[in-house]
Each structure stands twice: as C-alpha cells, then as structure tokens.
Design a protein around this ligand. Structure first.
Ligand code: ITT
Length: 198
C-alpha cells in the first residue's frame, strides 16, 4: 500500500518511516508533491488537525494519506502548549525557542507540578472522504534544563515516567518503544493487519 505522509516535519518523517519500516507500506512524502498547498492547522484538537491534514493530502494526491498531529500538554499550564506546540514561541518559533519559552513559563513550578504528557493522533485517509484515527500518549515530567541531543521538539526536557533520562538522551529505538508516536503507529499497524487485505 502506498501512503503519502501529510507532514513537512523532517524529524516526524524520520520517526514514522522508521516505525513503519516493517509494515507493508511504501512511504511517499510531500517532497514528492511539491505543489501541495499548505494546510492551516486551525482545529481545536489534535484529532481534528490530523484528520484535516490527512483528508486534504488524500484529496490532492489521489492516494491514501497518513497525517500526524502531536504535541506536549503540561497539566499545570492547563494543557499548553497543546495543539500550538510547534508554534508556541510565536512567528519565528523553532525547537530551541519553544523549549526556552516552556522552561520560562514553568520556572516557578515545583517538581511535583511538572507533570506532562506527549499526545499523538495519526489519521489515515483512505481517500478524500474516509478517515480513521489512532492515538497514543506517554506520561512524564518536564526537567529544568535541556539534556541530550537526539530527537526533536521538546525531547530534551521530557523525562518519560520511570526513566531518569530525557527522550533526547535515548536512542531512536528506545524512544519509539515508549513514545506517543510509537504507540499510535503500532495501533495503526494492528488495524492494517486486521482490516486491510494486503
Ligand atoms: P506537520 O504539521 O507538517 O506534521 P508540525 O511540526 O507543525 O508538522 P504539529 O503541528 O503536529 O506538527 O506539531 C508538533 C509539535 O509538537 C512538534 O513541532 C514538537 O514541538 C512537538 N512534538 C510532537 N511530537 C514530539 C516528539 O516526539 N518529541 C518532541 N516534541 C514533539
């Protein structure tokens, strides 16, 4: 089955390609469709945004599409940065600025107030009208300074529950085994095995 990944985030593409490498799918990206228009992520939830991206790309390409909408929710910040995770620090947001802003917003919080979760929604649009979603999450704690250089986004400050290393201090396989994205994609894999005649 050919699948177009409805994302322009290179790090996500790396993770999705890695986790789906044993599955019977061949992955195309938006680089294969350079004129595909930008999709505005204006949904109130991760699920809405993932569905919107997958349907738009399936419609444009005429092929099944897989979208990922994900982010970090800090409970003491009422779920922020949430669906705004990629753009948390504003117009010129990048991973470093987003982490800096997060640490600043959390500077007065004690250890027990630093709980958070990573959430990932994967939407599979089989065509422009039919879509299925899968999701995964992982609980953890936000550190007080960045640690490690692997991964992307908020990985350097996220300590998954039960570990004393951040996601950015872990190898790819170790993160995939416990991450929100790994869980959602393994759910997607079970669906493929059970429901689609490959
Ligand atoms: P696309 O919409 O093109 O897929 P994006 O980066 O804009 O790319 P999102 O709107 O889903 O994607 O935002 C996801 C953000 O959440 C991402 O930029 C990171 O800041 C954060 N994030 C999601 N998964 C993460 C992970 O595994 N590790 C660290 N940060 C993550």
């Amino acid at each position: 089955m050919e699948l177009v990944l409805a994302t322009r985030n290179k790090k996500k593409i790396e993770e999705i390609a890695r986790i789906t490498s044993g599955m019977p799918v061949s992955v195309l990206t938006l680089d294969d469709f350079p004129l595909c228009p930008e999709i505005e992520e204006d949904g109130a939830t991760f699920e809405e945004n993932a569905v919107k991206k997958a349907l738009a790309v399936a419609k444009y390409t005429g092929k099944p599409s897989l979208a990922d909408d994900s982010g970090l929710e800090v409970y003491a910040l009422h779920g922020a940065p949430g669906t705004l995770s990629a753009r948390y620090s504003g117009e010129s947001a990048d991973d470093r600025r987003n982490v800096e802003k997060l640490l600043f917003e959390m500077r007065l919080l004690k250890e027990e107030e630093r709980k958070a979760q990573f959430v990932c929604y994967i939407a599979l649009a089989l065509n422009e009208a039919s879509v299925i979603t899968f999701h995964g999450h992982v609980e953890g704690t936000i550190g007080t300074e960045p640690k490690g250089f692997n991964g992307f986004g908020y990985d350097p400050v996220f300590y998954p529950e039960g570990y004393d290393r951040t996601f950015a201090e872990m190898g790819a396989e170790e993160k995939d085994n416990i991450s929100h994205r790994g869980k959602a994609l393994r759910d997607f894999q079970r669906f493929l095995r059970e429901r689609i005649d490959l």
